[in-house]
Design a protein around this ligand. Structure first.
Ligand SMILES: C[S@@+](CC[C@H](N)C(=O)[O-])C[C@H]1O[C@@H](n2cnc3c(N)ncnc32)[C@H](O)[C@@H]1O
Length: 312
């Protein structure tokens, strides 16, 4: 095959060389290598300390199963070649629209990676996602830098990367809420891994929307809130379908009701074409801080947008 035809392999090689240099200088060991850079190769490749997760999207032009499989095989072949990777270190995932978390059917492949001086359990075989969303690396550091002596609330906490960061940075307490017991178990293991199991960290298995209503009614308060909802959620455990596009105003208002004066809310979404509605709340100021929270390896990704709401 000619050099010209190894277009994905060549791009991956070049980007990996560039970002691994940058990552070494920053003491970063997990980073994004590639995200839909070349339209003929709609894939994402993330690097986790020697292993690579590869999400492959279907191309509209591949209208038969045979064509889809041929494209997948080609993407895999070029990834192995471009990154000079052993196939045991490549974990291929489907990237289907809908965004729900699907359990996958390969043998369990769990290992530990490091970020910001903390350790996180990664699972590259069993879920659509890996256990650590790399695009929020800077957001985690930012929030942690403000959490010493603070009461922290982590909503839609997933495997608790924000909980680990803030608890380790000296938060007096954290509360982490997620619908999924499985992710909360994972969070618990991340806390243990970081020696934080005896700190005041409360894990709550609940629908955030309902939990917030109760917390507001009970007069609970926090200094720092992280709210990073999914674009869409229709779990059987929730009363209503949640859609960030239409439900974010109520969600943010309820978070603001839980803040002490001087408190901060970090709100983030990975919904494409998200429009933040006008939010009118007493003594509140807000601004988009996405340029501060996106690192160089995600600059072309549009992986998330992030806002800071502050009460005076
Ligand atoms: C985008 S992930 C959050 C990522 C997390 N903030 C992080 O940085 O690691 C979305 C999470 O929301 C949870 N979730 C979805 N719908 C929910 C709901 N209605 N209430 C509580 N958790 C929900 C999912 O189980 C998943 O863990």
């Amino acid at each position: 095959m000619s050099e010209q035809e190894l277009i994905l392999a060549n791009r991956l090689r070049k980007r990996f060389k560039h970002f691994s240099k940058w990552a070494r200088r920053q003491n970063i060991s997990c980073f994004r290598i590639y995200d839909h850079d070349i339209p003929e190769f709609p894939v994402i490749a993330d690097y986790y300390e020697g292993k690579v997760a590869l999400w492959i999207s279907d191309r509209t032009r591949d209208d038969s199963e045979e064509a889809r499989q041929a494209f997948r095989q080609e993407a895999i072949r070029q990834t192995l070649l471009g990154l000079d990777l052993d196939e045991n270190n490549l974990f291929v995932k489907d990237r289907r629209p809908g965004g729900q978390y699907r359990r996958r059917s390969r043998d369990k492949h769990e290992f530990i990676v490091h970020e910001g001086g903390h350790s996180f359990l990664i699972n590259l075989s069993d879920y659509h996602d890996t256990g650590l969303f790399l695009d929020h690396r800077r957001t985690r550091a930012l929030v942690a830098s403000q959490s010493q002596g603070k009461k922290v609330l982590n909503l839609f906490c997933y495997t608790g990367s924000f909980t680990v960061y803030t608890s380790a940075a000296g938060a007096t307490s954290t509360v982490s809420v997620d619908l999924s017991g499985r992710y909360l178990d994972w969070l618990e293991r991340n806390l243990q891994l970081n020696g934080l199991q005896d700190k005041a960290n409360t894990l709550v298995e609940d629908d955030v929307v309902c939990w917030l209503e109760d917390a507001v009614r009970d007069g609970e308060h926090f200094d720092l809130i992280i709210c990073d909802p999914p674009t869409f959620s229709n779990s059987k455990m929730t009363a209503d379908i949640f859609e960030v596009g239409k439900d974010h105003v109520k969600l943010i208002e309820n978070c603001l009701k839980l803040l002490y004066p001087g408190g901060k809310l970090y709100f983030s979404t990975n919904k494409r074409n998200f429009t933040m509605q006008e939010i009118d709340y007493p003594n509140m100021s807000w601004k988009e801080i996405t340029p501060q929270t996106v690192s160089p390896d995600f600059e072309n990704s549009k992986a998330h947008r992030c806002w800071l709401f502050e009460l005076s």
